[in-house]
Design a protein around this ligand. Sequence first.
Ligand code: CAA
Length: 387
Amino acid sequence: MSLLSLTPEQREIQRTAREFAERELAPHVAQWDRDAHFEPTIVARLAELGFLGMLLPEAHDGLALETSTYLVALEEIAVVDASTAVLMSVHNSLPTQMLLRYGSDAQRARFLAPMARGELLGAFALSEPEAGSDAASLRCQAERDGDDWILSGTKAWVSHGTHAGVILAMARTDHTDARRGAKGISTFIVTPDLPGFSVGKKEDKMGLRASPTVQLTFDQMRVPGDRLVGEEGKGFTYALASLDHGRLGIAAQAIGIARAAYEAAARYATERKQFGKAIGDFQAIQFKLADMATRITAARTLLHAAAAAKDRGERVTRYASMAKLFATETAMWVTTNAVQVFGGYGYVTDYPVERFFRDAKVTEIYEGTSEIQRIVIGRDVLADPSP
Ligand code: CAA
């Protein structure tokens, strides 16, 4: 049951995503999580379903769907496997959207169709070991050398950077501007065949363990001049504008995780008996389930309103941050309370709620922490207080 009124096309995509997730992901997720195993064959399967070009025009082999339809699919995948969901979200929201919006005709022609077909998995490299929330303090350098650029530095927290075929990387091109900050950052299309590119440390994470998160090192990496995206010095604004889109995807992922935990808790409440009756007969448990369902419904409603505004061509920075903030805090709250409903059984690996709890946490951290979302919303409401 959902308050959203879905079109027939959205129902069809939802069904496809659900069937794929239940048939091809569900049997393996617990093992992949235990082994921190990324299953590379998933990329080709997602591509076959069109799920790696959901927002791209048909001319680039995409499905040309509305943002809300993409988010419906993403939620279904996240219900079963949050690691696959983050791959879908990053690929569809960040590198493909950046290229579509800011890339040259030649860059779009070369990269977008192979990305939609799953031949090139897209990644996004903004953060660095010393530049997280303060992304504009990044230090990766790009120096001109004839027609080429030489990139040097280390990018951090790159989702599926191990398997990426194309990485949209932000580097500092203006070295004369001593002002620490956003001006003078440019975006480059990096491919792993470039000399000087290497994949570094793989993080050993609490959750999303089937999604490999790595550092990337650029050691005097020679990048052809035609890999600069858009205008020199505009890369930081491109990254932030793309994150408006990315944050909608992470909100959908968080709603999926929350839904998985809520559905598991609701089922368990009817099965588990204590004091001679099902624990769901106790108001303490009913109230938790009621609050879970209410928060998930509110998060989804906000998210899809933001997506509709995005598809109308409006700037949704404030609403993308609100949706991400509310959905991810909902996911953490719901998964925490789902563990509580399960009691001791929620704390062990016999049931999946402990995984939902671990997976939920990072949604409050990546693509901007909850604190950063509040900064973005706060600045925006000071400029225009209308809610
Ligand atoms: N769209 C377009 N332009 C934007 C924008 C947006 N949403 N937000 C800001 N800008 C522009 C500003 O107008 C400004 O341009 P001018 O200088 O021309 O005026 C420029 O970008 C810089 O903006 P700020 O002055 O606001 O920059 P700031 O240094 O104060 O930082 C911030 C703002 C919101 C704190 C930002 O640094 C931020 O969002 N930090 C969080 C970083 C983040 O989300 N990282 C995600 C990593 S990727 C990831 O996690 C992916 C994954 O693998 C899951």
